[in-house]
Design a protein around this ligand. Structure first.
Ligand code: FES
Length: 174
């Protein structure tokens, strides 16, 4: 078996002078999130959610700042952020369309929906349209197998999808 070597040790992290984790965010995390958890590590996932909500994705610089704030390693933050597909490690489009590709949705026609979106948006899963309006994702089970096929459009779950209903949903997006 050959080893796959990642360039993470030499990867250049884009940095900006202004921190992503602002003083106001730190204060809010300290008063609202940290008290809910026994350890600081426990607060990592809700803080990642908040960071993504704020910036639309989680920049590597922000992961380092979160690690310092929580007194954990940057690797802890990266491990968690990269484990959950719902966290974006790169900038995404204005709207994110995430089609479930797990077994129940696969049986109920996710392929036709995904192919339709690939053609309509002219992008592959995990790509963003040139105008920055849409990012297409194919994710694992979204926890709504009984209403398959499903997709998340931004923060809203759409169930029992057809190509027609999905087109209507997309047409209404600003
Ligand atoms: S398989 Fe699609 S929601 Fe579970």
């Amino acid at each position: 078996m050959g080893w796959i070597v990642k360039d993470s040790a030499t990867q250049k992290i884009d940095r900006r002078a202004e921190p992503y984790l602002t003083d106001a965010m730190k204060q809010r995390y300290t008063s609202d999130i940290l008290p809910r958890y026994e350890t600081k590590l426990g607060a990592l996932v809700p803080i990642l959610h908040d960071m993504q909500h704020e910036y639309n994705y989680i920049p590597y610089q922000a992961m380092i700042e979160i690690a310092q704030f929580l007194e954990i390693t940057p690797a802890d933050v990266l491990d968690t952020a990269s484990f959950y597909e719902e966290f974006h490690l790169e900038p995404v489009g204005k709207h994110v369309i995430a089609v479930c590709q797990s077994i129940a949705c696969e049986v109920c026609g996710h392929r036709a929906i995904l192919d339709h979106l690939r053609e309509k948006l002219d992008i592959e899963p995990h790509e963003t349209t040139d105008d920055g309006k849409f990012t297409l994702l194919a994710l694992e089970c979204l926890g709504s197998c009984d209403t398959a096929p499903v997709a998340l459009v931004d923060d809203t779950l759409h169930e029992n999808l057809t190509i027609e209903t999905l087109d209507e949903i997309i047409a209404k997006l600003p």
